[in-house]
Design a protein around this ligand. Structure first.
Ligand SMILES: Cc1ncc(COP(=O)(O)O)c(C=O)c1O
Length: 400
């Protein structure tokens, strides 16, 4: 089918999507990247140029009005009565949140083995011991009952991850665990569950502004949120060399500040996070419908979304049979995919001291062999989603 200006339409459904450009006279379809910021940056370029010019002209690169404004706007965006504190990265956010609670040597923190390393790495940084529990087969998040079963008198906190943008079950966890819950909300800006928003449920919430995140900076940056003013004050103190007053150091804190330039970029992007999230959700719904219509349930299962959860789809991750062969097939068709995560944390050398061997967490270990993230970013054309679904279907038809 050929649309306006000689552009071929690869949309297999009705022409509800944008057009997929093809070079006339060639058969190779346009590549579909796993992720790209190119269109987003191009659209925001004039606003971004103005924002960083404002910072350069102000001469204020550390703290100052840009960071204060970002913190206040982030707290409003997240809601739930939180205070937001800008820090240097999501990894620092986790370390500072745990440190603010006094987590340290001799303590255990329960978490998931199926996440980015920084989750467990932040526990190690405090001197505490990560204690893993397996994940739930359907949601890929920390299994609540499994986590609660590992609580002992040494347990100082639970650190669930809202994986790929789906909130973990904090409601049940909070009901049964009397200690603090720290949310690893690095991938979950604006996610909610049971009417409560990520970052405003646990004692503290930790966000990452890594450039590929749903709300990303142009470098490293992060945010800690809390509804407790005393904890907010403690995080701020620890992130500023342990000082509340200049040159008077109360604790061995660290230097973890969000740069004014990153704050200016994030303030531009903040105005679009809600609409980008809606776009991600619409694309995810299209994937779900397309995969269901293609009758692939035997081979491909998307991350399950429990009732009451608003998934923000940082990634659209499926559990796929013959995952690596599928990824190679999609790659050959010009479709990018990514494996998050190829290794469970308890099996990594950096966590060998935790002393848990292969087979300890079968669901997490199995998912490292089956998880595949399909292309997803707000500017992705709906027609591209259809093309991915068609390519996935063709792969399994070829094996049937
Ligand atoms: C689940 C999770 N936790 C922690 C982090 C660490 O964030 P950052 O890269 O900003 O340090 C990330 C992101 O990279 C993440 O995805």
């Amino acid at each position: 089918m050929v649309g306006k200006r000689g552009i071929a339409i690869t949309d297999t459904k009705q022409n509800t999507g944008r057009l997929q450009a093809q070079d006339p006279g060639r058969t190779a379809p346009t590549k579909i990247p796993s992720f790209t910021l190119t269109e987003q940056i191009a659209a925001l370029r004039p606003e971004l140029d103005a924002a960083w010019a404002r910072v350069v002209d102000s001469g204020q690169f550390i703290q100052g009005p840009e960071v204060a404004a970002l913190e206040s706007e982030a707290a409003t965006l997240i809601g739930g009565g939180v205070t937001a504190i800008g820090v240097a990265s999501g990894s620092d956010a986790l370390y500072l949140a745990l440190s603010a609670l006094g987590v340290g040597p001799g303590d255990d923190v329960i978490t998931t083995p199926f996440t980015f390393f920084a989750t467990a790495g932040s526990i190690l940084r405090t001197g505490a011991r990560p204690v893993f529990a397996d994940i739930d087969r359907d949601t890929f998040n920390l299994d609540t009952a499994g986590a609660l079963a590992r609580v002992t008198p040494r347990t100082r906190a639970i650190l669930p991850v809202h994986l790929f943008g789906l909130m973990a079950d904090l409601t049940t966890m909070a009901r049964q665990f009397p200690g603090p819950i720290v949310e690893d909300a690095a991938q979950a800006i604006l996610a909610s569950r049971d009417g409560r928003v990520a970052g405003a449920v646990g004692a503290l919430g930790c966000f990452s502004f890594f450039p590929t995140k749903n709300w990303g900076a142009f470098g490293d940056a992060g945010l800690v949120t809390t509804r407790d003013p005393a904890l907010a004050d403690q995080v701020k103190m620890l992130a500023r060399h342990g000082a509340r007053q200049k040159y008077y150091h109360e604790a061995p804190g660290i230097n973890s500040r969000l740069d004014a330039l990153q704050a200016a970029v994030l303030r531009v992007k903040l105005r679009h996070v809600a609409e980008w999230t809606t776009a991600r959700q619409a694309l995810a719904a299209r994937y779900a419908e397309g995969l269901a219509d293609a009758g692939l349930a035997e081979w491909v299962t998307p991350q399950a979304v429990p009732p009451g959860a608003q998934h923000v789809y940082h990634q659209y991750t499926v559990r796929a049979q013959a995952r690596d062969a599928l990824a190679a097939h999609l790659g050959a068709a010009g479709i990018g995919t990514t494996v998050y995560y190829p290794h469970a944390l308890h099996l990594m050398p950096a966590l060998a001291a935790v002393g848990v061997g292969a087979g300890a967490f079968p669901e997490a270990e199995r998912l490292t062999q089956e998880a595949l993230a399909l292309p997803l970013f707000p500017e992705l054309a709906p027609a591209a989603v259809d093309r991915v679904v068609d390519a996935v279907a063709a792969f399994y038809r070829g094996r049937a």
